[in-house]
Design a binder for this molecule. Structure first.
Ligand SMILES: [Zn+2]
Ligand SMILES: [Zn+2]
Length: 206
């Protein structure tokens, strides 16, 4: 068991994932257009998205995550009303994590891009396990069939998540989340306007 340090680009918002181990982390890459739009809206697509438009995500139980400084910089947006809550650091717009709208689903999808960069890829592999899962590959910017064949997909991701959630519930971790207090989100989400969304969905021709 080890820890993974979280740090936004400017260093204002820091946090830690405790009890990190391959058994307690579900690691994969999501190619969906919503994850792409999130990164583009914050102008961090260069940092977040791989060459196929994929966002690497580490899923784990919300009770494992704690913000250790600068939590006043924690901000939230939703691409549309009622959609996934997407959290970021308002200080420098670093995307941090995704959660559902309800606190009783004790799950966090942490973006790899929010992990302190002093951690090497090899260290992360050891602590979080290898990144094998590929989900929503049909939205990939290229070679989607090749990607789909390159690793287990949505079903494995879901099964892994259910396993984590089950463990989290047993440990009472749904009662602890840095994103919710008394069942309500710690900050109101900015819902993108139709214009903002259309802009975020635009794939730059490169
Ligand atoms: Zn920052
Ligand atoms: Zn996605």
């Amino acid at each position: 068991m080890s820890e993974i340090e979280i740090r936004c680009n400017c260093g204002e918002l820091c946090g830690v994932v405790r009890n990190a181990s391959p058994r307690r982390i579900n690691r994969g890459t999501c190619y969906c257009d919503d994850c792409q739009a999130f990164a583009r809206h914050l102008a961090h697509d260069d940092q977040v998205l791989d060459e196929y438009g994929g966002t690497e995500i580490l899923q784990f139980s919300s009770g494992q995550l704690e913000f250790t400084s600068g939590v006043e910089n924690l901000a939230c947006l939703q691409l549309t009303e009622g959609a996934l809550r997407r959290w970021y650091a308002s200080c420098c717009k670093t995307p941090i994590a995704n959660t559902l709208g309800k606190s009783w689903v004790p799950f966090v999808g942490l973006l790899r891009a929010s992990i302190d960069r002093t951690m090497t890829a090899a260290q992360l592999d050891q602590i979080a396990g290898l990144n094998r899962l590929r989900v929503h590959t049909k939205y990939a910017l290229k070679d989607s069939e090749q990607l789909a064949a390159s690793g287990p997909g949505s079903l494995s991701m879901l099964l892994g998540l259910l396993r984590l959630l089950g463990g989290g519930w047993l440990r009472g971790e749904h009662k602890r989340s840095p994103f919710f207090a008394n069942g309500a989100p710690v900050t109101t989400a900015h819902v993108l306007s139709a214009e903002e969304l259309a802009q975020a969905q635009q794939v730059s021709a490169s």
